[in-house]
Design a protein around this ligand. Structure first.
Ligand code: ZN
Length: 426
């Protein structure tokens, strides 16, 4: 199918000036030409008039848990079918908010991804990690109390989150290798691990280092052999140093950073994916968590991220947009709040690049495991996927515009219209 979008004011994901009065031609889901005039020899099956809107690349959220539609404790009481059915609602609303691609960093979203890619349900392209790997007593050891000792269950952890493959325990090099390869077998595009303590867990203080160098090295080598990379949940500085030295390429949260770690990140071309708005909202008690301990841990994270944002700016670190929202559809609806936080810390243009061309670069580190290798993502140019948004106003000048998803009037993914709330004259 050939589609023409005309009267386009274009943000291409890279340059801060809009290209005006151009046309975008789309063939079979990819952009084949961006030109001043339509091709006179072409018979377009659909023509979309973008006059009055800014056309930008589809947004990328590089840190989601798309199958998690409630708090951890509520999820732990659900069957796999409930989790899967509910995830279709999260996915549909996510693409309607403008996110045409996400990287999922831990949730068993296999059925969801298959169903979206096959066109059964609307949703973003998913770069899945599937089960996120944790050591025993690490951040994703999701047992709720000490009566759930794994030796009572002959190694089967007593948590449905873990049994359903959202969170996976692996200890020692052989188990780390096996579980990593299991996720790659399922189609993971990168491997997610927990390299240090976390805020949403009960038994691991934030400042802990998780996984030994030997275990980390084994996981990194296995994934590198498949041409992809490891991303690690991480807050503590010492844990970050070890992860960087052992070859982890994407630090999720990367909270308690200092100048030395920032320079290490530059030297090793390491990405970071912090979540400024989510930490803020939790600290303000606007997002439900399961216990008071978790709120206190997250408040510390929120303060740490203020300093971290200064270092990202000072050193020009590679930083992608991510939100890490876990909860009901009402909680996920805060996804676009992160744009206001990015504007505050980095300005509108850089904040928008973090959710478009820069996040696209990060996702493409999946190399041989890239599930969408046919085109570029996060940019609008010849050969890119035709994932784009028609926005009321210019978010390059004011990123707050994207904080309100109602300003995203049209969402197109792979040349197909997913959402269209333009006024009637269109
Ligand atoms: Zn997360």
């Amino acid at each position: 199918m050939t589609v023409l979008i005309k009267n386009v004011s274009l943000f291409d994901g890279i340059n801060d000036t809009l290209r005006t009065d151009c046309c975008i031609q789309i063939d079979n889901g990819l952009i084949t030409a961006i030109s001043a005039q339509p091709n006179p020899d072409c018979r377009y099956e659909q023509v979309i008039d973008a006059a009055g809107f800014t056309v930008i690349p589809g947004l990328i959220d590089a840190h989601t848990h798309i199958a998690f539609s409630d708090t951890f404790q509520a999820l732990d009481r659900m069957t796999a079918e409930e989790v899967a059915v509910r995830s279709t609602v999260i996915a549909r609303e996510m693409i309607e908010r403008g996110f045409t691609t996400v990287r999922d960093v831990g949730s068993n979203c296999y059925g969801l991804k298959q169903s979206i890619d096959a066109g059964f349900v609307p949703g973003p392209r998913i770069y899945p990690s599937y089960g996120a790997l944790s050591q025993t007593c690490g951040h994703a050891d999701y047992r709720q109390n000490r009566a759930q000792r794994s030796d009572f269950n002959r190694g089967l952890e007593d948590s449905s989150m873990m049994r359903q493959g959202h969170l996976i325990l692996a200890d020692g090099v052989p188990q780390c290798l096996k579980r990593t390869r299991d996720q790659i077998f399922m189609g993971a595009s990168q491997i997610k691990i927990f390299g240090g303590g976390g805020a949403s867990s009960l038994f691991d203080p934030l400042d802990t280092i998780q996984y030994t160098r030997e275990e980390l090295r084994a996981i990194v080598e296995t994934v590198s052999n498949y041409g992809s990379y490891v991303c690690s949940h991480i807050h503590a500085g010492p844990a970050m140093k070890i992860a960087i030295e052992e070859g982890v390429k994407s630090l999720e949260h990367a909270t308690f950073m200092d100048d030395e770690i920032a320079r290490q990140c530059l030297d090793h071309e390491v990405w970071m994916v912090p979540q400024y708005a989510t930490a803020e909202k939790i600290a303000q008690r606007q997002i439900p968590l399961d216990s008071e301990i978790l709120y206190q841990k997250t408040e510390r994270v929120g303060k740490g991220l203020l300093r971290q944002a200064e270092l990202v700016e000072k050193y020009g670190l590679k930083c992608a947009f991510g939100t890490d929202l876990i909860g009901t559809p009402e909680v996920h609806a805060r996804q676009n709040d992160e744009f206001s936080a990015r504007k505050r810390f980095f300005g509108s243009f850089r904040g928008l690049k973090q959710a478009t061309s820069e996040a696209g670069q990060l996702l493409k580190l999946s190399g041989l495991l890239d599930p969408y290798a046919e085109g570029a993502l996060g940019v609008l140019c010849d050969g890119a996927y035709a994932d784009l948004l028609l926005v009321a106003g210019n978010p390059v000048a004011d990123l707050d515009i994207l904080a309100d998803a109602d300003n995203i009037k049209m969402v197109i993914k792979g040349g197909n219209v997913i959402k269209d709330i333009r006024p009637a004259q269109f």
